[in-house]
Write a protein of this length. Structure first.
Ligand SMILES: Cc1cc2nc3c(=O)[nH]c(=O)nc-3n(C[C@H](O)[C@H](O)[C@H](O)COP(=O)(O)OP(=O)(O)OC[C@H]3O[C@@H](n4cnc5c(N)ncnc54)[C@H](O)[C@@H]3O)c2cc1C
Length: 416
């Protein structure tokens, strides 16, 4: 693409927020007979359902079942998908610079999500794994199986950096895997799982009662929880804690934080945490044709002035809102501000155990685990994907997890 491509409605990022914006917008444009074309841009040609990636990494779901091809999203519609990396957004000129050329727009929805934050820890990016992207989850799965296959009788050490939601979910999955499937498949290998948390407790955003109960559960599952421990260096095969303790780490999984890169995409309208400031109607104050939502946007509750959480649930509702807002704007109809009320927090800790915090009620155990699975399945777009996931879960409940891992990095080596 050489010249500037002209677009009507440009959606940047086809993750949870961008994908939902497209789905709702496409439906309403058709219903209202508005002949506007959507161009959805993502650096991958698939949508990723991030909250399920830790299950893909541990073999309870086939990794590609957490993803949906974006070509299938636009097929049979007048809209377009463009595989490109967004490099710079100029909301004043209404132009976006991408890896395949520039695009001008009438309306733009920025939904570029967030990335892993390594807090400038030396070696962390190079030597740790993550579950933030589909390729990251697939790499982790491969590394883990490769380590099991090559460790001989040596114990395998797995260190999870960060004891927030993701760290706890990942630890729960690996603890189950170690207790059940790996006992059968790798009977001579023992696995040590450790969660390393910089603060004095895991799940700092949850109540003390939940923290204690989850910690007890993980410890019973054989997970070591090391608190007040900051990872200060990561190398291949080891990590350093609090600047002096060096421990063996066959696999290091970094879940400690994420950051938003708003400031790398535009010069104005971004707060000091890299989030794009938007009004109560989710567009930039100065540029009403440029919306932002999901992790990258700073959206505040109008009463408390507290920013809405960077969660899939929020991104999904923001996507629905922006799509409807855009259609009302195109029809010159009155619009109302966005309000978000979380339905609750759901967290699985391995198989058949979860925590569900719904309003003042807190549930632990199998029922909470089941609610989480059901809700996330409903969130997952696409009927066929839902079916595939249910199939994976059912197979995995009656059998062992999948431990096949194909190392595509060595294709050339194997054909020589
Ligand atoms: C491991 C993990 C577990 C989680 N679990 C939960 C959970 O249980 N419940 C919950 O509510 N939330 C959970 N979250 C948070 C949730 O996933 C995010 O809040 C949500 O995905 C944000 O949606 P988004 O649309 O803003 O970004 P994303 O869903 O991350 O989508 C961003 C999209 O933009 C694309 N993109 C990024 N940069 C570029 C670029 N430069 N050019 C082109 N395309 C680009 C990406 O490929 C991606 O498709 C979890 C997050 C992680 C990392």
């Amino acid at each position: 693409m050489k010249q500037t491509m002209e677009t009507d409605i440009l959606i940047l990022g086809a993750g949870i927020g961008g994908y939902q914006t497209f789905r709702v917008l496409e439906k309403y444009l058709k219903k209202e007979r508005l002949h506007r074309k959507i161009t959805i841009v993502d650096r991958n040609n698939y949508f990723t359902f991030v909250p399920m990636l830790h299950e893909a990494a541990t073999g309870s779901i086939e990794p590609t079942h957490c993803a949906i091809p974006l070509r299938a999203l636009v097929a049979g519609t007048p809209h377009t998908f463009c595989k490109a990396s967004v490099e710079y957004i100029d909301p004043k000129k209404k132009i976006v610079k991408t890896s395949v050329g520039s695009m001008s727009y009438q309306y733009c929805v920025i939904a570029l999500g967030s990335v892993t934050n390594y807090f400038k820890t030396p070696g962390a990016k190079e030597h740790s794994q993550h579950v933030r992207t589909l390729d990251g989850a697939m790499r982790l799965k491969h590394e883990f199986i490769h380590t099991l296959e090559t460790c001989g009788d040596e114990p395998v050490t797995l260190n999870i950096v960060g004891g927030g939601y993701t760290g706890v979910e990942v630890a729960g999955q690996y603890a189950d895997l170690a207790k059940k499937d790996l006992k059968q498949l790798y009977p001579n290998t023992s696995i040590g799982i450790r969660v390393i948390q910089a603060g004095d407790g895991i799940l700092p955003h949850m109540s003390v009662a939940i923290q204690q109960k989850v910690e007890k559960r993980l410890v019973r599952q054989g997970v070591i929880i090391q608190k007040n421990a900051k990872v200060t260096h990561v190398s291949k095969g080891s990590i350093e804690i609090n600047d002096h303790d060096n421990i063996k780490s066959d696999i290091t999984i970094w879940t400690a934080g994420f950051e938003t890169l708003g400031a790398t995409y535009m010069k104005t309208g971004v707060n000091d945490r890299g989030r794009i400031d938007v009004t109560g109607e989710l567009h930039m104050e100065e540029f009403p044709d440029t919306y932002a939502l999901g992790d990258i946007a700073n959206i505040q509750d109008p009463t408390t002035h507290i920013s809405y959480p960077q969660l899939a649930e929020a991104a999904y509702h923001e996507g629905t809102y922006v799509a409807k807002h855009l259609v009302r704007t195109l029809k010159h109809k009155k619009t109302t501000p966005f309000r978000f009320h979380s339905k609750g927090q759901l967290m699985p800790i391995g198989d058949w155990y979860g925590v569900a915090q719904i309003g003042p009620f807190v549930l632990f155990g199998k029922f909470a685990w089941w609610i989480r699975r059901t809700v996330y399945l409903l969130f997952m777009p696409g009927f066929l994907r839902k079916l595939r996931i249910v199939f994976d879960w059912t197979l995995h409940s009656f059998g062992v997890r999948d431990v096949i891992s194909v190392d595509t990095a060595n294709v050339e080596e194997h054909t020589q």
